[in-house]
Design a binder for this molecule. Structure first.
Ligand SMILES: [Zn+2]
Length: 253
């Protein structure tokens, strides 16, 4: 699954683009990690997770599917009331290979409008299903005002057969400040593992922040880094696009 070329493109994009547009990981200077939970809200497991997070005083970020937000708006409200962040994760979680850039942006907007109805404001954070993007999709999402958030740590919680397996996977990883961890709040053993995972991470001196706090303070990094990257493949097109967007951002400072 770990395709080295894709990883390289992703790392290049993360280095080239401002975090407000595209984030894979946060600042390395602190000791905070960002736990993210996709594919909810789930009527059974998300409330259980919120209970655990409250007990442990940990704040996380949920990337929610619009269709589920529509069904369980009270869970979205509760997550926000308890200090967590939420973002969109498309409306239908459709197959990325069958979804055009315009469709993806339309689904992001439809989910935004639901958040607006439920929370009284837009959230403007978005994670595409399976983290799959193209230059065109990215462009459509940016036009819609979305900050695109991926991740740099994937313990593959949905493949674990028990809470213990997930705890072990996370405990043996060298997690550090700035890491964005991908998890799922519709997976029973992920929620079951959380008390021990949270204690383990705390025991290693790490704290927890929400993705929006890393996305918002943006543009200080303008003036550093590379602005123009030319390459022939799709990844290169994204990088060149990223360079242009970065220039635009810097010009508006
Ligand atoms: Zn998903």
């Amino acid at each position: 699954m770990a395709n080295p070329i894709k990883q390289l493109v992703r790392a290049g994009m993360a280095a080239t683009l401002p975090r407000r547009r595209f984030m894979v990981s946060g600042p390395r200077s602190g000791n905070a990690v960002c736990l993210t939970f996709d594919d909810g809200p789930d009527p059974e497991h998300t409330p259980r997770l919120l209970d655990v997070l409250r007990e442990h005083g940990a704040k996380v970020t949920f990337f929610m599917i619009g269709r589920e937000v529509e069904k369980y708006p009270h869970i979205v409200r509760r997550a926000i009331d308890e200090g967590h962040a939420v973002g969109g994760h498309s409306f239908t979680h459709g197959d990325p290979t069958r979804t055009t850039g315009r469709q993806l942006a339309d689904e992001a907007e439809r989910t935004e409008q639901l958040f607006e109805k439920v929370l009284g404001r837009r959230v403007s954070l978005f994670r595409p299903p399976h983290g799959k993007l193209t230059a065109l999709k990215m462009w459509h999402l940016w036009k819609g005002g979305q900050s695109v958030v991926l991740w740099n740590v994937d313990p593959k919680d949905y493949m674990c057969s028990s809470p213990r397996e997930l705890t072990d996977r996370l405990n043996t990883r060298d997690l550090a400040g700035g890491d964005v961890v991908l998890l799922h709040d519709n997976v029973r053993h992920t929620v079951d593992a959380m008390p021990e995972v949270l204690e383990g991470l705390r025991g290693r001196g790490l704290s927890f922040v929400t993705a929006d706090s890393w996305v918002k303070p943006v543009m200080q990094s303008c003036g550093r880094g590379s602005y123009a990257v030319a390459a022939a493949d799709a990844g290169g097109r994204v990088l060149a696009l990223g360079g242009m967007v970065r220039l635009m951002e810097c010009a508006t400072l």
